[in-house]
Ligand binder design. Structure first.
Ligand code: 5AD
Ligand code: SF4
Length: 449
């Protein structure tokens, strides 16, 4: 049979976005075509997320929709990839008869084989986790653009008691440093202007003694006009060396996503987060001294088992002390198989909603105030294109990951760096006017070899 069109739909974190590109790379290598149009698809793959129950419910809803498409097109192959595939395994096929293949995050190399199995009328299941798979030799399939995700490590060994990731993505393992640097080189040659190095826990990156700071420095030296970002960091492994490395390289972005999860030491211990709030706050202070102007975002879970209103107020207190530039906030969702699943989910839905609303409102006020402090500041912006609302404005991001909107100028196009003077701000967006085009990180160093 001639090779067909594959459509991939991605849910969840950026790690999944990067994985979908690896999947596309693997399938293209054996002759499949990747389509952006679901109506042309012979194979539909959903790359899924299990982090909270509502993520899974959304995907069940989508499978219901796709079932209808499948009834009109019985040859259509429907597959579930990613964390839900790993978590639910054959239950997914038994529960959702429409699903033909279920493939977890470490078995993507076998996808062509599973698709063949599905064409032969059988169900394909591949859910083994690996201690070594990093897809190091696979060239991810990416359309041209400005920003690329590069996964540099896989899995997680931290075992936070609420989190399903160690079960769905397995043990921690790191990719070879030189191959990552090579990937950055190739992206530079293709005109990319930003790379984000991804891992569930990037700071525990370890390639035979070369640590995450070494990797960041090497990635930053490839092309000074490429911004290098990274996510996610665990407070336990954010070393001084890493902070000094960020400070030293102009194109390593001054932005750290540092999940705190809760402001209560008692809850942090129940979560197995391995730090105290005092330690966390010291880390933030230290980072601010070493990297002037660094911005922080965080993740917070509200309503973890036994969380009292006093514990919640401690989270509020940390938010007020740190004054994050942004925060992702979630209601606790029990996940089967985790340690916290065995604890009583005793914070009521109503209390969770109330606490969540409180911290969302608080963060909005803080983001607004933090952004007001940027009034009259001159920010370097990487232009991403027209603003979402109007073609009379361009939009881009600062080094600290804030969106900046400014009037269109003839000389400026996507991919340029410009200096913008900020004159207005909401909690989510900075507005300003163009000062000049610039070459922000002028020293372009070519690596040899
Ligand atoms: N319930 C709610 N939020 C969760 N997260 C992870 N597991 C859960 C859960 N069971 C949040 C954490 C993590 C982010 C990616 O998702 O805040 O940092
Ligand atoms: Fe990503 Fe976590 Fe969702 Fe898996 S469970 S897709 S790792 S966010």
């Amino acid at each position: 049979m001639s090779k067909n069109n594959i459509y991939i739909e991605t849910y969840g974190c950026q790690m999944n976005v990067a994985d979908s590109e690896i999947v596309a790379g693997i399938l293209k290598n054996v002759g499949y075509k990747i389509t952006n149009n679901i109506d042309n698809a012979d194979v539909i793959l959903l790359n899924t997320c299990s982090i909270r129950d509502n993520a899974e419910q959304r995907i069940y809803g989508r499978l219901g929709n796709l079932n209808k498409i499948k009834q009109n097109n019985p040859n259509l192959v429907l597959g579930v990839l990613g964390c839900m595939a790993e978590r639910l395994r054959k239950d997914l096929i038994e529960k959702k008869k429409v699903v033909d293949l279920v493939v977890g995050p470490d078995e993507y190399r076998r996808l062509p084989e599973f698709i063949d199995t599905a064409y032969a009328g059988e169900k394909g299941i591949g859910v083994k986790l690996s201690r070594t798979e990093t897809y190091d030799d696979i060239v991810p399939y990416r359309e041209d653009g400005l920003s690329a995700w590069i996964s540099v490590m896989r899995g997680c060994d931290k075992f936070c008691t609420f989190c399903v990731v160690p079960f769905t993505r397995g043990r921690e393992r790191s990719r070879d440093l030189d191959s990552i640097v090579n990937e950055v080189k190739q992206l530079s040659e293709r005109g990319f202007r930003e790379v984000s190095l991804l891992g569930q826990n990037v700071n525990s990156y370890d390639d035979n003694g070369r640590d995450f700071a070494d990797l960041l420095a090497a990635a930053a030296l490839v092309d000074r006009s490429i911004r290098v970002r990274f996510t996610t960091s665990h407070p336990q492994d954010l070393s001084d060396k890493l902070l000094y490395t960020i400070a030293e390289h102009p194109n390593l972005c001054n932005y750290i996503h540092l999940p705190v999860q809760s402001g209560s030491n008692r809850i942090l211990e129940l979560m197995n987060r391995t730090y105290t709030i005092e330690h966390y706050l010291e880390l933030i202070d230290k980072a601010r001294k070493i990297i002037p102007g660094v911005s922080f975002s965080t993740d917070i879970i509200t309503g973890f088992p036994t969380e009292t209103y006093e514990d919640h107020l401690m989270t509020v207190d940390v938010m007020q002390k740190v004054r994050y530039d942004g925060a992702y906030m979630f209601k606790y969702s029990p996940r089967e198989g985790t340690k916290a699943y065995r604890m009583d989910d005793d914070v009521t839905e109503e209390q969770k909603s109330k606490r969540l609303n409180e911290i969302i409102n608080l963060q909005q006020n803080i983001s607004y105030e933090v952004n007001q402090e940027l009034m009259s500041a001159e920010e370097i912006v990487l232009v991403e294109g027209y603003s979402r609302k109007s073609n009379e404005f361009l939009a881009g991001r600062t080094d600290t990951n804030k969106v900046v909107v400014f009037p269109v100028s003839e000389d400026v196009s996507k991919g340029d760096y410009v200096k913008v003077k900020i004159d207005r701000a909401t909690s989510a967006t900075l507005f300003g006017s163009l000062i000049e085009m610039i070459n922000p990180y002028p020293e372009r160093i070519q690596l040899t070899g």
